[in-house]
Design a binder for this molecule. Sequence first.
Ligand code: ADP
Ligand code: ADP
Ligand code: MG
Length: 590
Amino acid sequence: MRIAIVHKDRCHAKKCGTECIIYCPRVRTGDETIIIGEDGKAVISEELCVGCGICIKKCPFDAIDIVSLPEELEHPVHRYGKNGFALYGLPIPLEGKVTGILGANGIGKSTAVKILSGQLRPNLGNFDTEVAWEEIFKRYAGTELFDYLQNVSKKSLKIASKPQYIDYIPKVFTGTVRALLKKTDERNKLSEMLPALKLNAILEHDISTLSGGELQRVAIAACLARDADLYFLDEITPFLDIYQRIAAAKLIRELAAERPVVVVEHDLAILDMLADTVHVGYGKPAVFGIITRPKGVRVGINQYLEGFLTEENVRFRTTAVVFEKRAHDKGSNREDLFELPAMTKEYESFHLTVSGGTIRSGEVLGVVGANGMGKSTFAKLLAGVETPTTGKMESSLRISYKPQYIKADTSDSVEMYLRRCTTKFDTSYYQHEIIESLSLEPILQSSVDTLSGGELQRVTIAGCLSRDADVYILDEPSAHLDVEQRVKVTRMIKHHAEGKQVGIMVIDHDIYLIDMISERILVFEGEPGISGTAAGPFKMRDGMNRFLDALNVTFRRDQSGRPRINKPGSFLDREQKGSGEFYYYTADEV
Ligand code: ADP
Ligand code: ADP
Ligand code: MG
């Protein structure tokens, strides 16, 4: 079974020499294996193609993928037309449960949910004629989805969904938070949700003035307030702090007691406490995706991190993601690179105090703390984007900074943008360390203002690390990245710090990412929106204890060593709080 994919956004037959056709050995012998279709894009015959792979290499725009699949994958659930993305398998929404989908961006999660919600009738891979529901039922006879799809076919399902990218909301809605939420309050539950999500204070704010974290919570409330048969939330955590992530997760679990909920989430500590079962999605993003049968949430996440799916007997990643049980501080033999000056910043209603600290050559310093404590303000002071009210930054220090909220403010191509950040673009080091690590090859020719949120994040991380600097600051690099990308970004940032002997500060709320990336940690404390101070840098164990103590959250370890959030008030939770061990097991003796 072979499928050929033409990425239409990247195929420009008018701008190339139709290399795919010219070099195709089958075309040379007279077959019409590849032609240019009416839309000016390549069309590849999967029947005639022999899978030599020459066209993939010759295409100047990386627009072709050809993959051989095992025989049992002969029948996709859906195919987006000839040479389009192929989806195999569907998640199963369950009454009373939160069903998680765990998988890379572009693996077909949204497509699967569109099918479950009746927005998209699955075509079983036949795109020439419309497939009758009878045929679809035949395929699913005797499976858990049979009854479900019967309902879908009667169009009796109403779905409430929160999309992955929420920045479109201010573009389609003008008015206050109160006005927007009122329209969605179909179950009369808003009054319960507002305090949980701490939205009361911003009810009169205009949607266009909200921060990303505020908008995210409004979007979650708007979705959960609806009266629907199925709820779908695509990523709930971007721009939320851990406290808000846990609060949102609790609300979703409450709703799930009454209605089936499907979630996509890349913050695995949160997915772990949020979902009952997970379906792993794997394959090749934008080419094909396979959704597994449901797995228990703990086992599913562990298999995902391991890179090996036991029931399916499939290895989809060569390396496993592992957690260290002890706090990892290699830092004692590092040299101090830079002394943070004592600084303050006064805004009308917010006051930030930084009392000092050092950054060391080659280290990654994690920065944690609730939202509204001044983390981003601190980053802006260091980067020179804002000037401190008292104190002064050393002007000779070169800082490269990636803001939390990134705007695509150029129609230049990704390659042009990156070439402006570095003169080393053509070196093999740069190609390997930056371009390959972040999988940017396929989008190098796309213009920056057409990228998806996750693509833009990767491009801006690349841009930030490309500049020559002494200290790099990345404010929430995990937003909109899938797990694979988070793991790659973590490795790459550590490598960059070590290789260039620079200091890198990473502000983030994904606790697994912070755990894996940081050597030491800076903890922001205070009263959100009123005052904040930066404490530390601390050793990991001390910093995590201090941070999690303030949040009142403890983590235990499962057999694989993965940290899991304890249920509040559970035996382990009480025991760990008593002994003051919130995260790491073993004493840090370094
Ligand atoms: P995910 O939700 O896992 O990020 P999606 O289901 O949104 O993935 O998309 C999977 C792939 O399907 C995309 O990479 C894209 O190539 C393709 N795709 C999505 N929607 C369409 C469409 N309407 N027409 C053609 N291809 C599409
Ligand atoms: P964090 O990154 O920890 O979430 P921020 O640094 O973004 O925190 O914000 C801290 C506080 O400072 C917030 O209450 C925010 O409203 C306020 N603030 C941030 N920037 C400005 C500004 N330019 N003018 C006035 N207040 C601001
Ligand atoms: Mg911030």
